[in-house]
Design a protein around this ligand. Structure first.
Ligand code: GLU
Length: 462
């Protein structure tokens, strides 16, 4: 059993495309079948190599591996030409030389009468030998098909006009290439966005004219933005790689995408293997789904909390590099990950929180320092400094014990010690449990930072 994803390389891989790819991929996996990637690059003006690369990168990052391809339609022009010729020879297609002016006038006339704009068959019987090639669409009967998502669809042939299958320069159009490829590549299920549903009856007529078996069709509902309009740049990031850059885990995005238009009871969190096991086109919603950033963020956080540390380390590598954080310059990254995973919604946030373990800073957050590093904090920081300098067992338990001792000796509450200590350690005041943080920051850096806090206080009271 074969499915395919057939993007046009005219931009990045966007959320809607990734969702289509995921559903086609899941269908293939579920059926122990083959997933094909086909790049539909016949529109040479709009297709770019950069966009092909962006699609391949996006698929790779998501882990949607293809078993066949990528095939490129531009490698198959000879084959399309042969099929077009075959249709011409059988009189199932004909040349048309109608000028754009004539077609425009026809359109205007029909629209003025409140009718649907369609070609009137002007060149049908002229036996021309050049121009565009039009498919002779049947004039009677209905095209009926049972869409695996939308159910039975029936369109009267009268509604369909004679479709252009080759431009005047001989290059084939989408509806022709897609039929030839899905046939030649032996695709069993054509799974795509429902923006193509109006093309399907025309494609079915082409299959029939060529005497080819039909694949199954499944048209997925659109993804909408929070305001109910079709998801677009206006709603924020729509490119898959922008989500990588913003610190999402691929499995969180896949989990989010699978729920966008498909459900299995009330379940929200699905591992990849569960998705494959449970996926069924029958449970794809007919109505469009709305993209919800907060839910995606929630899922991402859930995945960060429970992900395997090694996996998080791998996924963090790109972000550490992007933010120039060198994890060789400090304690074992897996300990830091475990200390931070409960507090990070994204990998970007995690790397920000990691900086205090691997990078020294030369300034404290201005506002917090004014509040925390008053002269009343001097004896507290001095006491911490003395005791930590002497501390041999640099463990979170012992570090905690010292904080308690200082609280008792100076007769102050935990906050009076903890807050300036937290700011001294982090520079930003943004740190989790200070004893764990201090252990991972290390003795030498902790002492240097406490000294820096004392300097700040001295400088300030001058
Ligand atoms: N290349 C088409 C697109 O990107 C998809 C065609 C199809 O799936 O049939 O919209």
């Amino acid at each position: 059993m074969k499915s395919r994803f057939a993007p046009s390389p005219t931009g990045y891989l966007h959320i809607g495309g990734a969702r289509t790819a995921l559903f086609a991929w899941l269908w293939a996996k579920k059926n122990q079948g083959t997933f094909v990637l086909r790049i539909e690059d016949t529109d040479r003006e709009r297709s770019t190599q950069q966009s092909v690369d962006a699609i391949l990168d996006g698929m790779k990052w998501l882990g949607l591996e293809y078993d066949e391809g990528p095939y490129y339609q531009t490698d198959r022009f000879d084959r399309y030409k042969a099929v077009i010729q075959q249709l011409l020879d059988k009189d199932k297609a004909y040349y048309c030389e109608c000028s754009t002016e004539r077609l425009q006038a026809l359109r205007d006339e029909l629209m003025a009468k409140g009718e649907k704009a369609k070609y009137d068959g002007h060149c049908q019987h002229k036996n021309l030998t050049s121009g565009v090639v039009r498919f002779r669409n049947p004039t009677d009967g209905n095209v009926v098909f049972s869409d695996l998502v939308k159910g039975e669809i029936s369109v009267h042939n009268k509604e369909l006009d004679d479709l252009i299958i080759a431009r005047s320069d001989g290059t084939p159009t989408y509806n022709l290439t897609v039929v030839v490829d899905d046939h030649d590549m032996e695709i069993d299920a054509v799974i795509r966005g429902d923006d193509h549903i109006n093309n399907t009856p025309r494609q079915i007529n082409l299959y029939q004219a060529l005497g080819w078996n039909l694949p199954e069709f499944a048209h997925l509902p659109m993804i909408l933005g929070s305001d109910g309009a079709r998801l677009s740049k206006r709603h924020g990031a729509v490119s898959v790689m922008a989500y990588r850059d913003a610190g999402f885990l691929p499995e969180a995005l896949l989990n989010y995408l699978v729920r966008l238009g498909w459900s299995h009871g009330d379940q929200e969190v699905f591992s990849l293997s569960k998705m494959i096991e449970l996926f069924d086109l029958k449970n794809v919603n007919k109505a469009p789904g709305s993209f919800n950033q907060d839910k995606l963020l929630w899922l991402n956080q859930e995945y960060i909390k429970t992900a395997d540390t090694k996996h998080l380390t791998d996924q963090l590598a790109w972000h550490l590099n992007a933010q120039s954080v060198d994890v060789n310059n400090g304690t074992d990254i897996s300990k830091v990950i475990d200390a931070l995973r409960e507090r990070s919604k994204t990998l970007v946030e995690m790397v920000n929180n990691m900086k205090m373990f691997y990078q020294d800073f030369d300034e404290f957050d201005e506002k917090l320092a004014k509040k925390q590093f008053k002269s009343s904090a001097r004896p507290i920081i001095t006491a911490l400094l003395e005791k930590y300098t002497q501390l041999e067992d640099w463990s979170s338990e012992e570090i905690h014990h010292v904080v308690k001792q200082v609280c008792d000796e100076q007769d102050v509450g935990f906050g009076k010690v903890g807050q300036p200590f937290r700011l001294a350690l982090s520079g930003t005041g943004n740190a989790g449990s200070i004893d764990v943080v201090a252990e991972l920051v290390g003795k030498e850096r902790t002492i240097a930072r406490l000294n820096m806090a004392l300097d700040y206080i001295a400088h300030r009271s001058n």
